[in-house]
Design a protein around this ligand. Structure first.
Ligand code: GTP
Ligand code: MG
Length: 197
């Protein structure tokens, strides 16, 4: 599958203001600055579609992008950005969790993890929460260009092995780089398979 057409649809401050046309959607979540917006742009081959920034905390709303006129990619705000005020942080967390738990159109969540780092507590807690809540998700390691192919592969495997400490069945995972366009075809084919179900 390829993405021939992608366009911004709307930004919603709450689940109640998301699109109502019942098209299926895939959302991207992860720590601030992990590369969610960049990955959407890379997948769509569309620079500037989702706003990116070197400063964490850029995305603050639930952003819908309509793909090939038939389904959505959704860019979510990052979690775990310490420089936000407590009130803003709590509001964002509430918005993200109600979207994830209640949005019926959401068929799969992509959880982005920076491939350079050891497993972070906040990511692990988030993933454990998804498991407990029964949310279907896939792990996407980002910024693989910063490490190279071999080291990226090793880090991803180590990360997944750690998950196997408590997880009986591991979720699928992908290694990507938006900079070098690594993993694009694999991810799009994966989405295509889900679309066909
Ligand atoms: P928030 O919206 O703030 O939560 O961030 P985000 O997760 O959407 O991250 P964003 O896509 O804005 O990227 C953050 C920074 O990382 C930017 O400076 C990007 O250029 C950089 N970046 C994203 N993906 C990659 C990648 O694959 N490789 C490299 N080298 N840099 C990347
Ligand atoms: Mg963003």
């Amino acid at each position: 599958m390829d993405i021939k057409k992608s366009a911004f649809s709307l930004s919603a401050p709450s689940i109640g203001l998301c699109p109502t046309d019942n098209k299926i959607e895939y959302a991207f979540i992860g720590r601030s600055n992990v590369g969610k917006s960049s990955l959407i742009n890379m997948l769509c081959n569309h620079k500037g579609l989702a706003k990116t920034s070197a400063t964490p905390g850029k995305t603050l709303l639930i952003n819908h992008f309509i793909i090939n006129d038939s389904w959505y990619l959704v860019d979510l705000p990052g979690y775990g950005f310490a420089k936000r005020s407590k009130t803003v942080q709590q509001k964002l967390q509430q918005m993200i969790s109600s979207y994830i738990l209640q949005r019926e159109q959401l068929v799969n969540l992509f959880v982005l993890i920076d491939i350079r780092h050891e497993q972070q507590k906040i990511d692990r807690e988030f993933i454990d929460w998804l498991g407990e809540s029964g949310v279907p998700f896939t792990i996407v390691f980002t910024k693989a260009d910063k490490l190279g192919v071999v080291k990226s592969r090793q880090n991803a495997e180590k990360w997944m092995k750690q998950l196997a400490d408590t997880w009986e069945e591991l979720p699928p995972y992908f290694v990507t780089s938006s900079e070098k366009r690594i993993g694009r075809e694999e991810l799009l084919n994966y989405i295509d398979e889900i679309n066909k179900k």
